[in-house]
Ligand binder design. Structure first.
Ligand code: SF4
Ligand code: SF4
Length: 264
């Protein structure tokens, strides 16, 4: 299956199975603060269903999709029909964009003038910037460490994470998050086609290192892997968050002198 197939299946499954119970809208933390916050969750989902079935733009479907802040809460076993309301939001956004009723609004981190690159480059010395924007070069490694793109707004975090990886001592490849993308920046904003291409390229690039696991810094990358990429693609490696990897390897970090220092 491809990621595009997954979205096509989700659309059909939504049309076949959504009972417009409204539970997904009821659990959404952002909707009460929007212009449709005075409507019942069922009313909102009836309009979402109408849009998905008939394609008629309406305020409820628009706001449900475009106000989404991607917390992934509605993807966590809330739907009694086992649907993924976040993917439905993204299908709605794709429709609005294709009808010319909304703009593509993403920032593409791969572009030389991207805000990610500009902000990263002015915060760290050139040598550190090179370190966090170039792959580390090995052919195969036990792990691939992929930081995602958002952490480049605080590049010192990547440098700290790399220091921790080095201190643990496993073989790993560092795969920069600006030239590689989990697809979320595109998919979340309705460009499912481009996001699918980016995600499939990323999986293929990581798989090329034949790792046991990819270690993800970004929780959004991890949710996107778990909720969109892994259900669609055969992924030949495990998916770990950096905290999971750290928790498994805390005993390999020499922290014994830490208590002698002063933490301010
Ligand atoms: S992922 Fe979006 S739609 Fe779902 S609960 Fe969070 S904000 Fe609401
Ligand atoms: S929780 Fe599921 S069945 Fe209920 S309205 Fe949302 S998508 Fe439809």
């Amino acid at each position: 299956m491809t990621i595009l197939d997954l979205y096509a299946e989700e659309k059909q499954s939504f049309l076949d199975n959504c009972v417009q119970c409204g539970l997904c809208a009821e659990e959404c933390p952002i909707l009460p603060y929007t212009e449709i916050g005075n409507l019942s969750a069922q009313e909102i989902q009836e309009s979402v269903f109408d849009f998905m079935k008939n394609g008629n733009p309406n305020q409820q479907a628009y706001t449900k999709a475009f106000a989404c802040m991607e917390c992934f809460k509605c993807t966590t076993d809330i739907c009694p029909e086992d649907l993924n309301p976040l993917l439905v939001n993204e299908l709605i956004k794709r429709e609005y964009i294709s009808k010319g009723l909304a703009d593509r609004a993403y920032s593409d981190a791969t572009q030389p003038e991207s805000i990610h690159r500009v902000l990263a480059s002015i915060q760290v010395p050139a040598s550190d910037y090179r370190k966090i924007t170039k792959p580390s070069g090995q052919q195969n490694a036990r792990y691939v460490f992929f930081p995602g793109c958002n952490v480049y707004f605080q590049p010192e975090i990547i440098l700290n994470a790399l220091d921790i990886m080095d201190a643990i001592g496993d073989s790993y490849v560092f795969l920069p998050g600006l030239d590689n993308c989990c697809g979320d920046n595109f998919i979340f904003l309705g460009d499912i086609n481009e996001g699918s291409i980016r995600a499939e390229e990323l999986v293929s690039t990581i798989a090329g290192y034949q790792p046991e696991a990819v270690i993800l810094w970004c929780p959004t990358c991890q949710c996107r892997f778990n909720k969109t990429i892994a259900p669609a693609l055969d992924i030949p490696f495990k998916i770990l968050s950096f905290p999971q990897y750290l928790a498994e390897n805390m005993n390999r970090l020499a922290l014994s002198d830490a208590s002698a220092g002063t933490v301010t």
